[in-house]
Design a protein around this ligand. Structure first.
Ligand code: FES
Length: 297
């Protein structure tokens, strides 16, 4: 049966999200005391409900003693969090300068027309959320549309309909959200601000984060999965477990070292600039899974 694109006439009203207070409390307890606990709690809530329901945030505030204002401050700081129910498929049209001059406003209009919702809204049946972003670090490929983490480059208005249909047919969102803690981050070097994203050497179809590393007398390249919460890497070097590596920007050669050390193993943390805002920190020890999105001090 051919895929159909939702229209205002074909969609139904959203159902109210039912909150399980016990589940929310378990999420709070699980993350209590960890560094970046509030962000971890919000990640888990986002993964559970696909957005941050107000009732759940009230429970978090009461249980943690945080003010709702502070919680909303964190929730609205990161674009990965949503205070509105999100659709099964997240479609982001880049409206950054490079994409804008190459016609992204027309692409956005076409998506709005075909999905029947304006930017920033979700179709009432929660199939699609249409969003705009300011830059996804792939300016030379614009206009760029990112649908469920997949980049569509040099997009034209004629591409919009097939993009939507292909998404519905492939069911890519279900595949990516099988681990719902995973979302993609685009990062840059904190020293030179140039993108570290490598679209030519993907891991599992996703762009990678390209850096250079040294340990002992060895020196070579390393590519990290750009999916937050995913620890797959590829490298020309054999990196033994537990090895602490020093990581550099391949462009300006600055060391990407954070001020903090790892809360789990005390190895230096690596700092990467997140394009959407904030700092991504990951542990430099092979096998350690400490990582965090950091608001900074
Ligand atoms: S402006 Fe669109 S990717 Fe940079």
């Amino acid at each position: 049966m051919p895929a159909t694109v939702p229209t205002p006439a074909s969609v139904s009203r959203p159902a109210k999200t039912l909150i399980d207070p016990e589940h929310v409390l378990r999420i709070v307890d699980k993350n209590a005391g960890s560094r970046g606990a509030l962000i971890a709690i919000l990640e888990d809530l986002q993964a559970t409900y696909n957005y941050l329901p107000r009732d759940a945030l009230r429970i978090v505030a009461k249980k943690t003693g945080s003010s709702l204002v502070d919680i909303y401050g964190v929730a609205t700081f990161y674009s990965v969090f949503s205070l509105q129910p999100r659709g099964e498929h997240l479609c982001s049209v880049c409206m950054g300068t490079a994409c804008h001059v190459r016609g992204s406003p027309r692409i956005l209009e076409e998506f709005e027309h075909r999905l029947g919702v304006p930017a920033g809204q979700t179709t009432p049946d929660r199939t699609f959320t249409l969003a705009t972003v300011n830059c996804v670090g792939a300016c030379a490929l614009g206009p760029v549309v990112v649908l469920d983490g997949e980049y569509h480059r040099n997009t034209t208005t004629r591409d919009v309909k097939p993009i939507i249909h292909d998404c519905l047919e492939a069911g890519r969102a279900q595949k990516i959200s099988s681990d719902q803690r995973i979302f993609r981050v685009a990062v840059a070097c904190p020293a030179c601000n140039r993108s570290l994203m490598d679209h030519d050497h993907p891991i599992e179809g996703q762009p990678t984060i390209h850096v250079t590393i040294t340990f002992g007398s060895k020196h070579g390249w390393l590519r990290l999965s750009s999916l937050y919460g995913d620890f797959r890497i590829s490298s020309e070097l054999e990196i033994p477990p537990e090895t602490v590596v020093t990581i550099f920007c391949p462009r300006c050669h600055a060391e990407l070292k954070a001020v903090r050390t790892c809360a789990r193993c005390d190895a230096p943390m690596i700092a990467l600039l997140v394009r959407a805002g904030g700092i991504l920190q990951i542990c430099s020890r092979r096998g350690c899974k400490e990582h965090m999105l950091d608001l900074g001090d």
